[in-house]
Design a protein around this ligand. Structure first.
Ligand code: GUN
Length: 301
């Protein structure tokens, strides 16, 4: 079997066209959606990711506020910036790019972001919402993966899903979101013994380990759907995922490429969450509370 490609770049493009219409509707009603992105230090990968986020804002008509701080900035200064953004009506989403320098307490920073502007979905309130199945802002990467899975037409209910990687950003929220959709979920991580014994039973295999070449064809069931969240730069400069793409595509039914799979979707879902936040703020202005506000159902077609 040769897998069909899940083209995250093309799906993102289609979604972003729809976003422009939503932005126009918001502007007609007096709300210009805005996203603030905070970056501390000069991690080169983070700079690229932040650049992509700002570019996506421009593409969709979202106003971006880029706050770049030197690595030695104190935690108190970052907290003060977040407090200002929390009360700024032009800002509907606040994102602090991770990782942060080691003298800054990540938890304290993430908890300072207003839950109503937490477009990354990393605040404990939104994380708790995921556990009970009604978070306001689903975290961007797992949310993007969920949409990519939907485009295959496969219902995840009852499927054996194996998630490789248990990070707070991808693996854990991914597992919770799929559990909510009634999949049978296994989470593997760095201490898992005999990884292949788990991956081989996966109808859907989602890999977010940050290890190039971790998943080889012998570890994949014939006909599985394989989602590669990894983004690794090799010494020769090539960008690859965690999956041996050339080998595994001969066994899988569907597979995401790297680059051009999950990566563009993560940025697209950040814009989706920012629009969601602006639409929710507009609802609040009209109705005086958040009651009856429902998140729009996204269509990838
Ligand atoms: N660093 C790596 N991925 C992410 C992400 O999704 N959000 C933020 N804020 N930082 C990251």
């Amino acid at each position: 079997m040769t897998a069909q490609l899940i083209d995250g770049k093309a799906i993102s493009k289609r979604l972003r066209v729809g976003f422009r219409t939503r932005v126009e509707k918001l502007i007609e009603q007096g709300v210009s959606p805005g996203l603030a992105v905070i970056i501390v230090g000069d991690n080169s990968a983070s700079r690229v990711y932040v650049g992509n986020k700002i570019k996506a804002c421009e593409e969709c008509g979202v106003v971006s506020f880029h706050h770049a701080f030197p690595a030695e900035t104190s935690e108190a200064d970052i907290l003060a910036d977040i407090r200002n953004l929390n009360s700024d009506h032009k800002v509907h989403g606040i994102l602090v790019q991770l990782p942060l320098p080691s003298h800054i307490d990540v938890r304290r920073i993430l908890e300072a972001i207003s839950v109503d502007k937490d477009v990354d979905g990393f605040h404990l309130y939104n994380v708790g919402g995921l556990v009970v199945g009604n978070t306001i802002f689903p975290p961007c990467t797992p949310y993007g993966v969920q949409l990519l899975l939907e485009t295959t037409g496969i219902d995840v209910a009852g499927q054996n899903v194996v998630v490789v990687g248990a990070s707070n950003i991808v693996g854990k929220p991914m597992a919770l979101m799929l559990l909510q959709k009634e999949a049978t979920v296994t989470v593997c991580h760095a201490k898992t013994r005999n990884l292949a014994q788990h991956t081989i039973i996966a109808d859907i295999l989602i890999v977010a380990a940050g290890k190039p070449g971790l998943i080889v064809p012998q570890m994949v069931k014939e006909g599985a759907i394989v989602i590669d969240v990894g983004i690794n730069r090799l010494p020769d400069g090539r960008i690859v995922g965690d999956v041996d793409f050339e080998g595994v595509k001969e066994k899988a039914s569907w597979i995401t490429p790297v680059p051009g799979g999950v990566g563009p979707m993560t940025v697209t879902m950040l814009i989706e969450n920012t629009l969601r936040s602006a639409e929710r703020a507009l609802h609040l202005r009209k109705e005086n509370d958040y009651q009856d506000w429902e998140a729009p159902q996204l269509k990838t077609e």
